[in-house]
Design a protein around this ligand. Structure first.
Ligand code: COA
Length: 148
């Protein structure tokens, strides 16, 4: 069973919209509600066209798209965000994906720290990032700030 990452392309826009609008995905987001198709396309296009200083990657499990991982750069820090389709959770896919993107960030040399903002009740995400070596450095409102 292999986990691979590839850069998101135009053909992934529908999959990314489907994933973003799953209630079990957005429930711990800062805006815990579905997004419109128009709003989604506008958002994704910023990554696809390179208008945003970030990277959007499709997570594949045995060549099947099962999730996304995103890096948003800001000076010496990069924020990471990840989601996996419910049906493919609990297989170590997120853990492996975060390990891979953190290796990419380190070898790229552009950012000193990787940050994750996690809703305080999102135990799956907290445990997964802690297993990857992230440690809590603070809290703003309901969101815990984790850093690697
Ligand atoms: C958080 C999320 C990405 C984890 O994905 P996943 O592929 O299921 O995670 P993994 O299988 O790689 O789990 C790695 C470790 O995380 C922990 N973990 C994962 N899911 C867990 C759960 N439901 N409860 C407790 N711990 C959990 C475990 O320690 C696990 O290791 P183990 O199975 O060896 O014990 C997934 O639940 C998800 O997409 N959630 C919705 C979106 C979201 O909340 N994203 C995070 C925003 S910051």
């Amino acid at each position: 069973m292999s986990v691979t990452l590839r850069t998101a392309e135009h053909q992934d826009i529908s999959f990314l919209w489907y994933l973003r609008n799953r209630p079990d995905v957005y429930r711990f987001f800062k805006h815990p509600e579905p997004v419109s198709w128009e709003g989604h396309v506008e958002w994704v296009m910023c990554y696809l066209l390179g208008l945003h200083t970030g990277e959007l990657k499709i997570i594949q499990w045995n060549a099947l798209p099962v999730g996304q991982v995103r890096l948003d750069y800001e000076e010496e820090e990069v924020e990471i965000s990840i989601s996996i389709l419910n049906e493919f959770r609990g297989k170590g896919i997120a853990l492996r994906s975060v390990e891979m993107v953190c290796e990419m960030v380190k070898s790229g040399g552009g950012a000193k720290h990787v940050l994750a903002e996690i809703y305080k009740d999102n135990q799956a995400s907290i445990k997964m990032f802690e297993k990857c070596g992230f440690v809590q450095k603070g809290q703003v409102g309901d969101f815990l700030h984790y850093i690697l």
